[in-house]
Write a protein that binds this ligand. Sequence first.
Ligand code: PMP
Length: 398
Amino acid sequence: MKEFKQSNLLQALPDQFFAKLSKKVAEAVHEGRDIINLGQGNPDQPTFPHIVEALKQAADRPINHKYSPFKGFPYIKQACAEFYKREYGVEVDPEREVALLFGGKTGLVELPQVLLNSGDLVLVPDPGYPDYWSGIALAGAEMYRMPLKKENRFLPQYEAIPEEICKRAKLLFINYPNNPTGAVADLEFFEQTIEFAHKHEICVVHDFAYGAIGFDGKKPVSYLEADRAKATGLEIYTLSKTYNMAGWRVGFAVGNPSVIAALELLQDHLHCSIFGAVQEAAAAALLSSQECVYEQAKLYERRRDVWMKGLSDIGWEADAPAGSFFTWLKVPDGYTSEQFSDLLLNEANIAVAPGAGFGAHGEGYVRAGMLASEERIREAIDRLKKINIFKKNVDSQA
Ligand code: PMP
């Protein structure tokens, strides 16, 4: 069989670090082992029933059996605008300031392609969500990694970026509540970001994938709440985590009209829009009561509390995240993040994501997602206790 060679473009794509992890976990499950999988970011709860019901009804409507309008139906853009007004008090022009996306990932990967030329520079968080790198590679652009450190509350330090890098940078990715660290940002940070980006004419992309998941009574702040946010960039919102709709592939970009137009132009060439029934259900999700969303954030918070208390009891000291469903945990001395993840998988049947997969500054950490029931999280703690590698365990045995 002739093997066709992949294009240079494909060969330039970064390695999919987490494909390796998924394979190891799948093999362990295949062997019949009972794995507690905290390694992925896939919500474990079903989509809320009223949204599924809206899809069922919309699926019967013949208008949805045709091609949807290229840019999506006007009502979905209207719903996105109403959502931003209601949730964040931000005025958005549904026609010029909203672009429908096949999930947030698609928009994040498309952005470098619609704004950059080969050799342009992008500022990315490290550790950070690896799909940013994919879009940058597809655009033939380069990236500068901004370290996110615990002592800086996992926020980038713009003043530490060399002047010549600032001059070359065209795009900046940030993401709060943050994957993988669970850190959150406040309005002041977004204002500093805008100040920095405005000075250097950089387009800000705030990935708000975990916008609905804030803890301790604090609602995550939208980038668009800051002054001049739209003039300086945009936010990418997804329904995947807010409504447990990861499989539905629906999200939207909201903000700077020139960037929205660029995204829509590329999409005109790449796809026809999302299935109309999914658009109707997405509008129902955005416009109906958000009580289920608030309840769900509380569910993640309870899981977080069980997990953090359990970790502290066994001597694995870590800071509780303020948002997202991730916990970011330091690995004990003497292990790389990958070695430690392998150890947890092999000896405790627990899957976590090695921090190195999120960038060099992720080394020394693992990410554990609160995507299992409280009961399973307690079970994970029991398993960790049994492998006996944390200090308190050792002390308590002495
Ligand atoms: N951004 C971050 C930080 C994420 O963790 C994810 C999902 N894992 C996404 C964006 C993309 O989500 P989706 O494509 O499902 O909208």
